[in-house]
Write a protein that binds this ligand. Structure first.
Ligand code: DX5
Ligand code: ZN
Length: 213
């Protein structure tokens, strides 16, 4: 299992140092939460910051688009350096359009699903995507408590992936703390996104996460 620190829980006034400390802990993926203040009641950053972070690091930029109209900006986020873009299935047509655009561009695309939504809605798209982000908080803010009821979706998706011989990555995002990691790893989660659970740890505490990499 891999850990993907969610940078919005970090100290943006020390962004470069935060990214260096992530790189030094052997972590490979950086989770970028883009919020448009419309799909979620919060606003974070956009293309300019993704471009700046791209220039700072070679970590995989796992970019989570919490936006109402992601398809309109997809190409610009890829050009900015996002390695994989994940859009929300709750945006409906926008999500379908995004999958089609990513396919045409030959880029990696994922679908994120909010806690109340049943994963059956993902079934028609699983062949065309590279990742599912199972949200274990209602999106918009770091520092929330994990909604463990949403974790049944991991087994649902693992079974579907196995049955159909697919290889999309399963990521869990929201409220993940160090004490959840053994459970998530044993469940078969591929990526655990950690915001406050990572950045609140002192450097030596972050190093203990290595056993989960
Ligand atoms: C929530 C974001 C998550 C969040 C993770 O809308 O998608 O990535 O920042 O932070 P924690 O781990 O603190 O919930
Ligand atoms: Zn996220």
């Amino acid at each position: 299992m891999e850990i993907a620190p969610s940078i919005i829980a970090g100290d943006f006034s020390r962004l470069r140092e935060e990214i260096r400390s992530i790189e030094e802990s052997g972590i490979r993926i950086l989770h970028l939460d883009v919020m448009d203040g419309h799909f979620v009641p919060n606003f974070t950053f956009g293309i300019l910051i993704v471009e700046s972070i791209r220039r700072m690091t070679s970590l995989e930029l796992d970019t989570h688009l919490m936006m109402t109209n992601p398809s309109e900006y997809l190409e610009k986020f890829y050009e900015a350096g996002a390695d994989i873009l994940t859009v929300h299935i709750e945006t409906g047509l926008e999500a379908f359009r995004s999958i089609e655009i990513a396919g045409r561009l030959g880029k990696r695309i994922g679908l994120a699903i909010n806690p109340p939504v049943h994963p059956r809605v993902l079934l028609p798209h699983l062949e065309d995507i590279h990742q599912v982000i199972v949200m274990t908080v209602n999106p918009g803010f770091a520092g929330q408590k994990m909604i463990e009821d949403a974790l049944y979706k991991v087994e649902f998706l693992l079974n579907e992936r196995e049955k159909r011989g697919l290889n999309f990555r399963i990521s869990v995002d929201g409220g993940v703390k160090r004490e959840h990691l053994p459970m998530l790893r044993d469940m078969g989660v591929d990526v655990a996104v950690m915001g406050s659970g990572f950045f609140k740890l002192p450097p030596e505490g972050r190093r203990t996460l290595l056993e989960f990499l």
